[in-house]
Design a protein around this ligand. Structure first.
Ligand SMILES: [Zn+2]
Length: 177
């Protein structure tokens, strides 16, 4: 798991810190936690949640100045990405399934050609939303290698065009289409 920023503990100043992850406790998440790579904060993603923890004093905090919703880093557990994706209603913002599908095809094509993905945070969040919805309707087995590659490119791009967070509140659409 990569981490693009090197913050320090605001309480004790230690730089020995890890990410607070969110998601269902699957095997990958349990293993990462046992390795001390991250700690699991819960099964819900929202604004103002702790994003980092200190290995020295166990303090947890939200690293982002605006207390936003933390973007999962490249390589993050799929369950965390699903919960993050669900904080944005892609149908609402991009013309329902038809508009969203066209947008997804366009970004996938760019990715295939090695071009930069959109620098629009809404478009990037919509890509994660689309992937999560199509996975759910495909049986919920998680992305295959090609899809995962695209998803990680979207996460990397999100970190390039943001401070690592998106503003709340969560839209949590729980749409049924
Ligand atoms: Zn500390």
């Amino acid at each position: 798991m990569t981490d693009q920023i090197k913050p320090r503990c605001p309480k004790c100043g230690s730089s020995d810190i890890g990410r607070v992850a969110y998601g269902w406790r699957d095997e990958a998440l349990e293993r990462a936690e046992l390795d001390g790579e991250l700690t699991v904060g819960g099964q819900r993603v929202d604004e103002n949640q702790p994003t980092h923890f200190c290995r020295e004093c166990s303090h947890r905090w939200n690293q982002w100045p605006n207390g936003g919703i933390a973007i999962p880093p490249v390589g993050a557990a799929w369950s965390w990405i699903v919960m993050f994706a669900d904080t944005y209603n892609g149908y609402e913002h991009h013309g329902d399934l038809e508009g969203l599908t066209a947008l997804h095809d366009q970004q996938r094509r760019k990715h295939g050609l090695g071009e930069d993905l959109s620098n629009d945070v809404g478009v990037l969040r919509a890509m994660l939303f689309y992937e999560y919805r199509s996975d759910r309707f495909g049986g919920g087995y998680g992305p295959d290698e090609k899809e995962r590659n695209f998803i990680d490119a979207v996460l990397a791009r999100l970190f390039e065009v943001t401070d690592g967070t998106v503003p709340g509140p969560s839209e949590s659409p729980e749409v049924t289409r």
